[in-house]
Ligand binder design. Structure first.
Ligand code: RB5
Length: 139
């Protein structure tokens, strides 16, 4: 399952992503926020992490203004590998090399078109394991 979390600065992009998922019949759980009213990103990051960790197959898409705050909070949980991605290549390598289970996006600086491209890559790229698995063990 895909878990969506955002703060007010990520709300617009999160809604655009949800509309894309709906048009493609892709299921996702939205843990909020549910309006552009100001909220604190740590609360939403923690809510998202909780749902991601419910199942090993789950992945998160977390969005705040820069993506930095969501990344910092999510990565405090040792089971989370949250990757703030800004391009197709970082989205791809976050899966291949880092086995990222959360894609973090900068809502204020990422277009819908670019976000969807990164999401498609993130959701379809496998972890390469091997030497990368050994490195993850060292986290
Ligand atoms: C909210 O203004 C902003 O600080 C937040 O969305 C995020 O960018 C924090 O890292």
């Amino acid at each position: 399952m895909i878990i969506l979390a955002c703060d007010h600065a990520g709300y617009k992009l999160k809604e655009e992503i949800k509309a894309f998922f709906n048009s493609e019949n892709i299921s996702a759980i939205d843990v909020g926020c549910y309006s552009p009213d100001k909220v604190d990103y740590p609360d939403l990051a923690k809510a998202g992490v909780e749902r991601v960790l419910e199942n090993k197959q789950n992945v998160g898409i977390f969005i705040c203004g820069t993506g930095i705050g969501m990344s910092m909070v999510a990565n405090r949980n040792p089971q989370i590998r949250a990757a703030l991605c800004t391009s197709k290549i970082t989205a791809s390598l976050s899966r291949k090399h880092n086995d990222a289970n959360v894609l973090v996006l900068a809502g204020r600086y990422t277009s819908k078109r670019k976000a969807i491209k990164m999401i498609k890559i993130f959701l379809t790229t496998d972890f390469e394991k091997g030497r990368h698995q050994e490195r993850i063990k060292k986290f």
